[in-house]
Design a protein around this ligand. Structure first.
Ligand SMILES: Nc1ncnc2c1ncn2[C@@H]1O[C@H](COP(=O)(O)OP(=O)(O)OP(=O)(O)O)[C@@H](O)[C@H]1O
Length: 240
């Protein structure tokens, strides 16, 4: 795909002695949202961590904006404009919301304009600006985790299950904030188990199984095909 910002070609990765990724091929188009879906243990988190350099690809290539970033150190990949929102949120519980945000802005101090944009998306962060992050609710912690990725200009966001364990009302807030980010032209690769959220935000979709991508296509194609969903992911969407 010619407009790919991120491109994985035949990526293999091990975790300790286990071979987890068995040749991942994935194209992430610029300015669009790609959903990485699949059953538990399929390798979705491992794929994001390998892109971020947190696990090493032992074969294959990872290109970001045409540059080979395979096996670069994580700090170097972050410096090239990749914001990562890990599943465990990666926030510092003992620090305040403000300190968490200021630490996330590595290449330039957090501007007022950026802070205003973040407060608009996530009002509780303004309310609890001087509170310890550890005291935030689960949903507020997730907001802080995404806000940290937004603390700088990014060319790519890697977001791992941002709605996991959240109450429906908070899921809506989260989806609205991510939709704003999308409307600003962000390129996002996101793991999401909530199929409603995946349908709402996704332009493209890649489905993983056993360390490989087994299906790629437009999100609406998968969303409209119950049989395909069930075959690829064991989903039964009759209820939704
Ligand atoms: N630190 C680890 N040590 C050993 N095996 C691991 C480790 N982390 C992940 N794995 C294994 O790698 C495989 C892929 O895990 P991964 O977390 O990437 O899957 P996933 O698709 O994100 O799953 P989920 O939807 O459950 O989060 C699984 O079999 C998992 O048990």
């Amino acid at each position: 795909m010619s407009n790919s910002l991120l491109s994985l070609k035949d990526v293999h990765a091990n975790i300790h002695q286990y071979n987890i990724l068995h040749g991942v091929n994935l194209e992430v188009p610029k300015g669009e949202v790609t959903m990485l879906l699949g059953r538990n243990g399929a390798g979705k988190t491992t794929t994001l961590r390998t892109i971020m350099g947190l696990w090493q690809a032992h074969a294959g290539t990872i290109e970001l904006a045409g540059m080979d970033v395979t096996r670069q150190p994580t700090a170097q990949i972050a410096k090239q404009g990749v914001g990562y929102v890990p599943e465990d949120m990666g926030i510092f519980s003992d620090l305040t919301v403000e300190e968490n945000m200021r630490l996330a802005a590595v290449s330039a101090p957090l501007s007022q304009e950026r802070m205003d944009r973040i407060f608009l998306a996530f009002p509780p962060l303004k309310t609890f600006w001087h509170s310890a992050a550890g005291n935030l609710s689960g949903g507020q912690k997730q907001m802080l985790s995404i806000a940290r990725a937004m603390a700088e200009e990014r060319q790519l966001y890697l977001i791992d299950e941002p709605t996991k364990g959240l109450a429906p009302a908070i899921i809506n807030t989260m989806a609205a904030a991510l939709s704003e980010l999308k409307a600003k032209g962000a390129t996002i690769l996101m793991v999401e188990q909530n199929f409603e959220v995946a349908k709402y935000l996704g332009d493209h979709c890649a489905v993983m199984e056993d360390g490989k991508i087994i299906w790629t296509g437009p999100m609406n194609e998968l969303a409209q095909d119950n049989e395909l969903q069930e075959r690829l992911m064991g989903l039964n969407m009759e209820a939704s």
